[in-house]
Write a protein that binds this ligand. Structure first.
Ligand SMILES: Nc1ncnc2c1ncn2[C@@H]1O[C@H](COP(=O)(O)OP(=O)(O)OP(=O)(O)O)[C@@H](O)[C@H]1O
Ligand SMILES: [Mg+2]
Length: 168
């Protein structure tokens, strides 16, 4: 497990952008955290590092948006879905085999439908005594594909890491 801290929305975008060189086709990134935590900001940073020029917004009302970059990006937001059947209507299996990178906001509900390899990012607001704009990103690599990149994650995020435990 890695903990990364940012002190601004731009820093969160930079953290996301630093991840981009490590991304491979069919990577899945799960984002959770309260409303306004910075999930979409993270995806925006990733998208721009992938060379996507379109403005990435929260797909809350469309459920999914796709963009073309170095790798295709599917951005899903399942906040409004209250049961798994609706999630399955998204054709998730198809998206998962599209050689794209998939970012899923509020994705915990779809975990049973995911491959065992994904990067789980939980975004927490900083402590009250901390900077108002502080966020802590709790990052967990799940499955062999992400586990094999743990060393590289520590390197690309070196500037922002506040704690690191062996089991990442
Ligand atoms: N360190 C930070 N990282 C990310 N966003 C920050 C940070 N500090 C302040 N912000 C602000 O928090 C907000 C994050 O909004 P964003 O839409 O990314 O959140 P979200 O987690 O996607 O919310 P939702 O659940 O509504 O989709 C923005 O207004 C951004 O400017
Ligand atoms: Mg959002």
């Amino acid at each position: 497990m890695l903990h990364v801290r940012t002190r601004s929305v731009d820093a969160t975008k930079q953290v996301a952008a630093a991840l981009e060189p490590l991304l491979r086709p069919n990577d899945v990134i799960l984002l959770s955290g309260d409303l306004g935590a910075g999930k979409t900001a993270f995806v925006q940073g990733l998208a721009s590092a992938l060379g996507i020029r379109e403005r990435v917004t929260s797909p809350t009302f469309t459920l999914a948006a796709s963009y073309e970059g170095r790798l295709r990006l599917h951005h899903l937001d399942v906040y409004r879905l209250d049961n798994l059947a609706e999630v399955l209507d998204l054709d998730l299996p198809e998206l998962l085999e599209d050689e794209a990178v998939i970012c899923i906001e509020w994705g915990e509900v779809v975990v049973p439908e995911l491959p065992r390899d994904f990067l789980r990012i939980r975004i927490h607001l900083g402590h009250p005594e901390d900077f108002e704009d502080a966020r802590v990103l709790e990052i967990e690599a799940t499955g062999p594909s992400w586990m094999s990149r743990q060393q590289q994650l520590s390197v690309v995020w070196a500037n922002w890491i506040i704690s690191e435990t062996e089991d990442l």
